[in-house]
Ligand binder design. Sequence first.
Ligand SMILES: [Zn+2]
Ligand SMILES: [Zn+2]
Length: 263
Amino acid sequence: MCCAQSLKVNEVIRNRRLSLVRIISCQTEGCHLIDDWLKITQSLWQPWCLLCEQHQAEAHGVCSGCLADLPWLTAAHCPCCALPAAAGQLCGQCLQNPPAFDATQAVFRYDYPVAALLHAYKYQARLALAHNFASLMAEKLQLQTPVDCIIPMPLHRDRLRMRGFNQAAEIARLLARTLSVPVALQDCERVLATPPQVGLPLRQRSRNLRNAFVCKTRLDGRHVLLVDDVMTTGASLHALASCVKKAGAARVSCWVLARTHTN
Ligand SMILES: [Zn+2]
Ligand SMILES: [Zn+2]
């Protein structure tokens, strides 16, 4: 927390303490003061909205106003890759080159402020956000058929060493607990450290990711749920889904927090 934020929080707490003192010292107003006192005491311990920091969080760490303004993925989209498409119809890209995964669901479009939250989560290690992301995914996304296991997008060990945690694995662990589905954190490994893929065409990205993953177990006949924070071109999820299907998986679904609008 920066100094300005810290000062703001201290000021709010000080004002609320003053309100408490005023209420306690005023004995003539009857029993409703006890209710007020309880409300204020409770409010001291409720978290603030992580976006506006001005209202109390009501769900998923944000206040109701900020929650309504989030870039929800509400427009009709392709059931396979979650790109905009006619409702329930596969997009042209999935018709021409079907990806290895069978379905994709995303909570948000990859826009502000979700993009900023994800940046803070990954690059400023605000790990607690994993709880908010996982609760949003568990509440907003629905599985068409039950899954047998969850596999998070693996990080290459060099990247893991640098970042200190795998952002997809943190979300997947929490989701697994909520959905009561086992999570396989070690079954798939990223064995190829790919250079940054930003700006590369999809075909080039897919070529770079060929053989990037290995699956160390058999998944015969299983329905596997792949979890990642963001889906951009879908090349990484396609490569991981191919690997999982080679290991025998019958169906692969993808859950991501946010999806970019275009590939
Ligand atoms: Zn808010
Ligand atoms: Zn599609």
